[in-house]
Structure formats: C-alpha cells, structure tokens
Design a protein around this ligand. Structure first.
Ligand code: SF4
Length: 517
C-alpha cells in the first residue's frame, strides 16, 4: 500500500530501488515504532471483551461526573493530547491485565495490544504522562469506585443481606534501612536553631561546615562534631548535610523534620521513605512498615462496597468509619454486618445499638477457638467454653465455673466466674497461681447482647460466611492479581493505588452479570 501511494505521488520504485532500500533499513521494528496505528481499534476484539465494558463504564462515569474532572485536553496552556477518559480507561484496563505500574503500562502500549489501542483511541502516552495523571486524579479514581458500587446496586448485584468488614496488613514501599528516631529529629531541630550562636569567636554553623564540607576537624569544632555523631545516625546526618550544602534548603529541611515528627507513633522509629506508614505486625506476626487496608464486601456476588487505607496498626477503631463508608455508598444498611473480634470495642458496640444496626462479631475468646485450640496453651481463657444459655464457663477439665459477682477491673466492670472444684483439681498449678481459677468478661450489657447474638445458630451461620466473603478478596488480590505490596508512598497515593483494585474487582462482576450496557 505504501508503494502504491509513493508511485501515485511520482515516486518510481524501480528507478529508485537503492533509495528505497536505505529508507526501509532506517525503519524501526514494528514493536518499537511509536506511531504504529490500527485503523479501527477494537474491530478484531470479541464482542464480550472486557475492554468494551471498561470504556462504556468510564464514558458513563465522565458524562455524569465530568464537572468534577479536570480535563487534560481543555486546560489552559500547552495543548494536551489525552482525555481523562482515555488515561483512566488505560489504568483500569491495565490493572485488569495485571499491569499496575506506569512502566508496565507503557510497555503494554508499545506492544500494540488492540484493547489498549481501543481504550486510548490509538494514542500512545509516555509513562511520565500516565504517572502525572495518576498523581493528580486520586479523587477521580475514588469517585469511580463509588460509581461502580452505585451501578452494582442499580443492577441488583448487591444483596443487602450481609456485608463483611475485614482488614489486611499490606507492605508499604518503605526501606527498613532508612529510619530516623524522634530523638534525632529533636536534636536536629535544636542544632539548626542554634546555628548562629557564637562559641569561641566562631558560629556553630561555621564549625559544622568546616568538618562536613571542608573535612577539617580541629580544636575549634571537635566537641560539636563529636556531639553530632553521638546524636545522629545515617539519616539524621543526611538531613543535616543537605542543609549544609545548600542553606536555601533550610525551610525544606525543617518542613521534612516537621512531617517526620508528626508521623511519630509514640513508640517506634519513623520511615524516611514513607513517613506515613507505620510499624505493625502482619498476619504472621512479623513486624514491618505497613498499611492497614480495610474492605467491606457484600456477600451476594462479593461486590466491594467500601474500602479505606489507614495507618492504624489495629482494627479497633475501624468498625464505625467502615460502616459509615458503606452507608454512604449504599442506599441503606445491609441486614447484618460481620467483622472479627479485632473490631469489637465497647464504643463500636454502643454505636451499633444506638443506630439500630445489626452486627455479628465474636469476642476474643471465641475467635481464638475458631482458629483452633492450641494444646500447649490448654489453660488459656480461650479454652474455657462459655455457655451463654446457662451463663457459665466449662473448663478444660470439664468443670463448671458459675457466675460469682461483678468486679471492677482495668477495662471496666467484669462478670467473674469460678468453681470450688479447683481446690481438688490435679492440674491446679498448671491452670492458676492462685487457690482457684477465675474467669471474667466485660459486664457491659451490650457486649453481653453481642455475645448472645453471635452464639445463636443464625449468628454463627452468618459469621462463617465471612471466611468466603471478606477474606477471599485479599486472597484474590495477593494470588489472583499478583499483588506484591504497595508501590506508592504517602497514605493519599497509597489510597489511590489500592482503590484501582476494588474498581477492577467490581467491574469484573458487572461485566459478568450485565449483558447489555
Ligand atoms: S484448676 Fe479449676 S478451672 Fe482449672 S482445670 Fe482445674 S478445675 Fe478447671
């Protein structure tokens, strides 16, 4: 076709064979050409290809929420080539195909994948364009997630019977070698504040500069350099030298110190790579720099109806915000919420009853039982079975501990249970250091009601569903979508990155169940 056109424009191939060979030899292989174009992208795709669903859904979303979206093409200044619809479509379709990084997306585009050409209208954005779009459109991506939930509800894909709330600890993109202690930050702030103090005719800044910039260590600066080395480790010294090299950076360094200090959790070192992540144990109990990702899923088709990234090491404070997130995304509460014992607090239980919400949560002891009895810890409280009908406990030796009284303890008023049978028990010493074993639980009436609800046949049946609903999403994320940890830094960007995944999850369900868009 190229030859015909050239002849048409007066180029005679036979006469100019040599020229033509040189021209052809300079052409790049097809996969390296940046302007290789499919005339009608999408024409070779099967009608059921998910790319059609993605494009249509994003088109509908932009039509409805376009006023919130800053359109790349319509901004003032340099002419922008890409529409929000195109780049958003690329990111979602890429995630469906396990292409989650900007580099992988760029490689994918270069390979002339037809779904990719279809979604991008044959355009070929550079990875820096994709990255810029990603960083600037966190809110749009979160809105798109809410929009998938809205579509799921309209399509009848949300059952409103049971919503499971669960959290998972995900590895942050933070180096364990780049840490700083709060004491170092305080010292840095202090020393920067004293830079212009004069000591023996020289200011402190000059003395420090002499060593770090001029490699001079003499009587005049020996003391202060020793003090700095005693108080600062690698990352602290880095911050200090950054300032010494360019004093214009003073405000930037002070701001960095302030951000790091604000992210001190009161106990651990702070990550310099991502100050907003936290030291927290993962599922296996291994401490690491992580984020806590909360997900709420409806049990009808496992549709994700709420999600949030937090840097709280535990789930204690997450039930109320997650219930509120779900309620905001759906037109009503589901019949029941289910969550594990990590979410159970008196505050959460009071909120549930006050708002007439139904929830099923086991207490800590029940949850341990579900995970299996540890024989090496036979006499732990979790191995004492509570009989909620008789309000008694049965010990590992099958003796019945009856309710004795209410007693004030550090966590509030507790109901206390014991038996006189302990006195003649052969394993008394293994079971307790006292003359008889006492078991107690919080006497809060709503906590007792929550216990009763969980112990009912219906409650147990509903709770069991949690294992296939809530936990299956994290399984799919890790093993199905090859998710190997967070790539971005700062909680806001991590939230954007993780929101892509439930969008993909929901779009797949929508694609499967909606025949016509
Ligand atoms: S000491 Fe008491 S509570 Fe413990 S195993 Fe023996 S009878 Fe049961």
């Amino acid at each position: 076709m190229g030859f015909i056109s050239l002849k048409f424009f007066g180029f005679d191939f036979e006469k100019n064979e040599k020229k033509m060979i040189i021209m052809l030899s300079t052409l790049k292989p097809i996969d390296m050409q940046s302007n290789f174009i499919l005339n009608v992208p999408g024409e070779n795709l099967h009608d059921n290809n998910i790319a059609f669903t993605v494009k249509k859904l994003i088109h509908l979303f932009i039509e409805e929420f376009g006023f919130l979206v800053e359109n790349e093409k319509h901004k003032l200044g340099r002419h922008k080539t890409y529409e929000t619809e195109e780049l958003l479509g690329l990111i979602i379709l890429g995630a469906i195909n396990n292409k989650n990084s900007c580099r992988k997306l760029e490689e994918w585009i270069k390979n002339n994948d037809e779904t990719c050409a279809y979604i991008l209208n044959n355009k070929k954005p550079h990875k820096s364009t994709i990255n810029r779009f990603y960083n600037k459109n966190g809110l749009v991506i979160e809105l798109l997630f809410d929009y998938t939930v809205e579509l799921g509800e309209k399509a009848g894909l949300i059952g409103f019977k049971l919503v499971t709330i669960d959290g998972s600890i995900l590895k942050a993109n933070a180096s364990k070698n780049k840490l700083i202690r709060i004491e170092e930050l305080n010292y840095l702030e202090n020393i920067i504040g004293n830079f212009h103090k004069i000591e023996n005719g020289e200011n402190i800044l000059f003395k420090i500069q002499k060593y770090f910039l001029g490699n001079i260590l003499d009587e005049s600066n020996e003391k202060i350099i020793k003090e700095i080395k005693n108080n600062l480790k690698k990352e602290g010294i880095k911050l200090l030298t950054k300032l010494l090299w360019n004093f214009d950076e003073k405000n930037a360094v002070l701001k960095a110190i302030d951000i790091l200090k604000r992210n001190y959790d009161g106990k651990h070192t702070i990550s310099v790579t991502d100050p907003e992540c936290r030291w927290m144990p993962d599922k296996k109990g291994v401490m690491g720099l992580n984020y806590n990702y909360q997900v709420a899923s409806d049990d009808k088709y496992d549709f994700i109806v709420g999600q949030k990234v937090v840097n709280d090491a535990t789930d204690h404070n997450q039930l109320i915000p997650m219930i509120e997130t779900v309620r905001m995304n759906l037109s009503k509460h589901p019949d029941f919420y289910v969550a594990d014992n990590g979410f159970l607090t008196t505050k959460a239980v009071e909120y549930i009853f006050k708002h007439n919400i139904k929830a099923i949560m086991p207490d800590r002891d029940e949850s341990s039982k579900i995970k299996g009895i540890d024989e090496s810890k036979k006499f732990k409280k979790s191995n004492f079975e509570y009989n909620w009908v008789n309000d008694t406990y049965i010990c590992p030796e099958k003796k019945i501990l009856e309710y004795q009284n209410n007693r004030k303890m550090s966590n509030g008023i507790n109901r206390v249970y014991s038996t006189d049978e302990c006195k003649s028990c052969d394993v008394l010493e293994k079971c307790t250091k006292g003359s008889k074993r006492e078991i107690s639980h919080l006497a809060h009436p709503l906590r007792i009601k929550m216990r009763e609800d969980y112990h009912s046949d219906f409650g147990r049946e509903q709770y069991q569903k949690r294992f296939h609903t809530g936990e299956s999403y994290f399984g799919t994320l890790r093993y199905g979508r090859n998710f190997r940890g967070i790539r971005r830094v700062s909680i806001k960007k991590v939230q954007t990155e993780l929101t892509i995944q439930p969008i993909v999850h929901n779009i797949k369900i929508l694609h499967k169940h909606i025949n016509k868009w």
